[in-house]
Design a protein around this ligand. Structure first.
Ligand code: PLP
Length: 375
């Protein structure tokens, strides 16, 4: 596919606000490392925005999840329940720490984890439920919160794709004992690479701050009592993040309008299911605009994507389910387990150009090409 020229890329960020100005401040002042003042300011404003007491900026969204799992002391033999349909980032620290990922299937309408399947997976070893809001609609949180209370479980909330989204009016990122975000360039706000951990629990926030910074100790700097990482965010990244955060409402509006326009232009197209525009608890923010090939069409996502590439349209496949990941199977996880909805999403789903910089004309062009190719 790389030999073909793609005219409309699947993602392009919008970085035309105060990013340049703040970056120049970093350079003029010499503050480019994680010690610079933008890091704290970005943390403070981000925490405020999601209604949490503490925010800890890190090097990427995967690192944020690693920190969350480690800060909650999840390890040997502990079980963590999470969706089969997600990104590998969610599983990495669980399996590296010796804990066990336990999967649930997807809800075919929202593509999020099917929360009605969680309770049957809870055992005496279950420590946490990791919820992951997928592609634009949040997980139905009330049943998850009720289960966590009843069974004494922690909630880790991966809100990487949910900047600015709410569940029944409360911000995504406000539901976990620890919640995490990513600022990769395809997210609603970006720092190039970057991530954030948020929590209301001071002890957890302190643990995250320490773990992100090699567990240096204030009084005995080079004496270590816990294994940490260097996951620090630089002042340069935070400068960009701050400028992006200033525009979050505008960005969410923009994505919603993009999603609505795609839906209007593609409505009724044979062979594809379009994303749900809303549920009882949230309106879609279309982190990406996904298409699902339905029973009216024999092809799988790969074939559809190849055909669109020939027309210059960039696409990406949906996630590949955790129970089918070669490395996790090799490690002995998920033997004989099937998650049919997750499998169907991964084979039949893909997303079309959805980046923040996408124009209305580009959306019209993409929708036109899709209609031409598949009618
Ligand atoms: C992007 C993403 C991540 C990983 O974030 P990085 O910054 O790329 O490490 C984790 N979880 C979800 C749901 C994501 O979309």
């Amino acid at each position: 596919m790389s030999s073909m020229s793609i005219n409309i890329p699947v993602n392009e960020p919008l970085i035309d606000g105060n990013e340049k100005k703040y970056l120049l401040e970093c350079i003029d002042s010499g503050w480019i490392s994680s010690e610079g003042p933008f890091v704290e300011e970005f943390e403070r404003k981000f925490a405020e925005r999601v209604g949490r007491k503490y925010a800890v900026a890190v090097s990427n969204g995967t690192a944020a999840i690693d920190l969350a799992v480690e800060a909650l002391c999840i390890g040997d033999g502990d079980e963590v329940i999470l969706p089969a349909f997600t990104i590998i980032s969610c599983v990495l620290q669980i399996v590296r720490s010796g804990a066990i990922p336990v999967l649930v299937d997807s809800d075919p309408c929202t593509w999020n984890m099917n929360v009605s399947q969680i309770e049957a997976k809870i055992t005496a070893k279950t420590k946490a439920i990791m919820i992951v809001h997928i592609y634009g609609l949040p997980v139905n949180m009330d049943p998850v919160i009720e289960l966590a209370r009843r069974y004494g479980l922690r909630i880790i909330e991966d809100a990487a794709e949910m900047h600015g989204q709410t569940y029944l009016g409360a911000p995504c990122g406000s539901f976990g004992d620890i919640s995490t975000f990513s600022f990769y360039p395809n997210k609603h706000i970006t720092t190039g690479e970057g991530g954030m951990v948020v929590t209301n629990d001071l002890a957890l926030a302190d643990a995250c701050r320490s773990l992100r910074n090699l567990c240096f100790q204030p009084s005995k700097r080079f004496v270590h009592e816990r294994l940490g990482w260097n996951m620090r965010m630089t002042n340069l990244q935070a400068a960009i993040g701050l400028a992006q955060l200033e525009r979050l409402d505008e960005f969410v509006d923009r994505k919603r309008r993009m999603g609505c326009l795609y839906t209007r232009l593609l409505e009724g197209i044979k062979g594809f299911d379009l994303p749900l525009s809303k549920t009882d608890y949230a309106e879609n923010i279309y982190w990406v605009y996904g298409l699902n090939i339905n029973g009216d069409q024999e092809i799988n996502a790969k074939e559809a994507m190849n055909r669109l590439a020939k027309r210059g349209i960039g696409t990406r496949p949906f996630f590949y389910p955790m129970h089918e990941q070669p490395i996790l199977r090799e490690m002995g996880f998920f033997k004989g387990e099937r998650y049919p909805e997750a499998e169907k999403l991964s084979r039949k789903g893909f997303y079309i150009p959805s980046g923040m910089a996408l124009t209305q004309d580009q959306i019209k062009h993409v929708a036109h090409e899709i209609r031409e190719e598949f009618s």
